[in-house]
Design a protein around this ligand. Structure first.
Ligand code: PMT
Length: 222
């Protein structure tokens, strides 16, 4: 039914974790598998959109027929690639779990074990989505929020701070939601203050829901 209903729309999606190295073989990262973002890419392609996928390190395969597929490791690399494609995109969906911090120093050599305790100092990473929000223009910006406490309040704050059209909240403490699993339980929060709540669904179903909402925004504007 939904075939080709996003034809001509250019969608940029980020997925997966970032890796922030403190020596050549060690890094700080998180549990993102990339599944949520990759399912959005797959669903958008099925609906005729042109899709660019920027992915952190994951072990799943990208769908075929992407306009562009680019793998990155660090938040800095993700930021640069996202910025390169910003002008091209009509819609940007940031499902990636970007590390908010990175080690201040990256040792050139593998850190050797000694009797001393070591401390890894962290500095702030750029907030990619917030920077996009500042130059948003007519583009539709969709964020994700992975929360463990006060989920709705935190998600609303991110929605406003980052100037998003909507934010998809997954309470990652719930069984069957968030990282790694094939399903998700989400709420979608809108700029208007509206909140929609959904039951346990496959990530593919969640992907289509998000695309339906984007389509509605596009239609409203036309
Ligand atoms: O990959 P899966 O295993 O399928 O899991 C899916 C998921 C839980 C990773 C995904 O659905 C999700 O919630 N992604 C966002 C996780 C996250 O980093 O949330 P956050 O609340 O830290 O960030 C909020 C938003 O800002 C996100 O859209 C994020 O991409 C963006 N961000 C965050 C930090 C940063 N430095 N730059 C950003 O752009």
């Amino acid at each position: 039914v939904k075939q080709e209903d996003l034809k001509g729309i250019k969608i940029l999606i980020t997925a997966g974790p970032t890796r922030e190295y403190f020596d050549p073989v060690r890094f700080i990262s998180n549990r993102s598998s990339g599944k949520m973002g990759y399912k959005i890419a797959e669903a958008a392609l099925e609906r005729g959109a042109e899709v660019a996928l920027i992915s952190g390190p994951v072990s799943i395969s990208p769908p075929e027929k992407l306009h562009l597929f680019h793998k990155v490791e660090t938040a800095e690399e993700m930021k640069n690639k996202v910025n390169e494609l910003f002008q091209w995109a009509d819609v940007i969906i940031k499902a990636a779990a970007v590390s908010d911090y990175r080690p201040k120093h990256k040792s050139e050599h593998k850190i050797k074990k000694s009797d001393e305790e070591i401390v890894i100092e962290l500095v702030k990473n750029p907030d990619i989505l917030k920077e996009l929000g500042e130059k948003k223009g007519e583009k539709i910006l969709v964020g994700f929020a992975a929360e463990t406490d006060l989920p709705e309040g935190n998600a609303r704050e991110k929605l406003i701070k980052k100037n998003l059209d909507m934010i998809v909240l997954n309470d990652v403490t719930k069984q069957g939601a968030g990282f790694e699993v094939d399903t998700n339980i989400v709420k979608i929060l809108y700029k208007s203050g509206k909140i929609e709540e959904f039951p346990l669904l496959s990530k593919k179903e969640v992907a289509h829901l998000i695309l339906d909402r984007i389509k509605a925004i596009l239609k409203e504007r036309a």
